[in-house]
Design a protein around this ligand. Sequence first.
Ligand code: FPP
Length: 249
Amino acid sequence: MKTELLEAQLLAKIDLDRLPKHIAIIMDGNGRWAKRRRLPRIAGHRAGIRAVRHAVEACARLGVPFLTLYAFSAENWKRPQTEIKLLMALLREYLKKEIGELNRQNIRLGVIGRVADLPKAVQADLDTAIDKTRQNTGMRLTLALNYGARTELVDAVNALLAYAGSNGSAQVDEDAIARHLYTHDVPDPDLLIRTSGEMRLSNFLLWQVAYSEIWVTETLWPDFQQENLFQAIIDFQRRERRYGGLGLA
Ligand code: FPP
């Protein structure tokens, strides 16, 4: 079936009044995509950027308020230097090229992770892109860069300890922890998507996905199209979310 026809048919099945407020994506499979084509891994990452564009545009057009993409994990530093350098170069290229498009789509950019440990040039490009999209009122696109959920919790606990020390209070509740996470201004994801079939959370948003619906597809990230996103949302809308209750309310 032609892609546009399939997309239109899937789109018709989506209830726009019950969209997930926040979609988070673990973009996996760039390396395998390249290997299957006997291409270098970086070709997979480059193709992955095209998929990023599709996903961002599709979410923004649908009216999803928050999209978070796992673009570089704290563990990714273990990869070969050449791959890390090329990933950083691709990220810089994306940030520079995409500002116009993000503004056209009214998208505001944000970042989570230990940004201060990223190369200075990347930090500068991030600052510029965040600054130049700050006024936008549509979707909030968050890139997780040098992100690890355990590190995030460590940073939150240290911030809480510092706060408790200066405030003379040692009481901590769930809200206090959530307020000190990198995601303090973003709601928890309703839907977590992972590509390329792996059934793992890979240290991504561990606190925040406590009640998220998880949707895993065998599709490799560079092959991820609008139709895959629509299917994920349709399946999400078919599921009944109970939050630990009986789902009768
Ligand atoms: C996983 O594929 C993907 C990554 C480690 C990085 C994701 C990066 C991009 C999609 C490009 C840059 C992103 C932005 C937002 C500009 P993998 O290499 O782990 O694949 P494999 O598991 O098949 O080896």
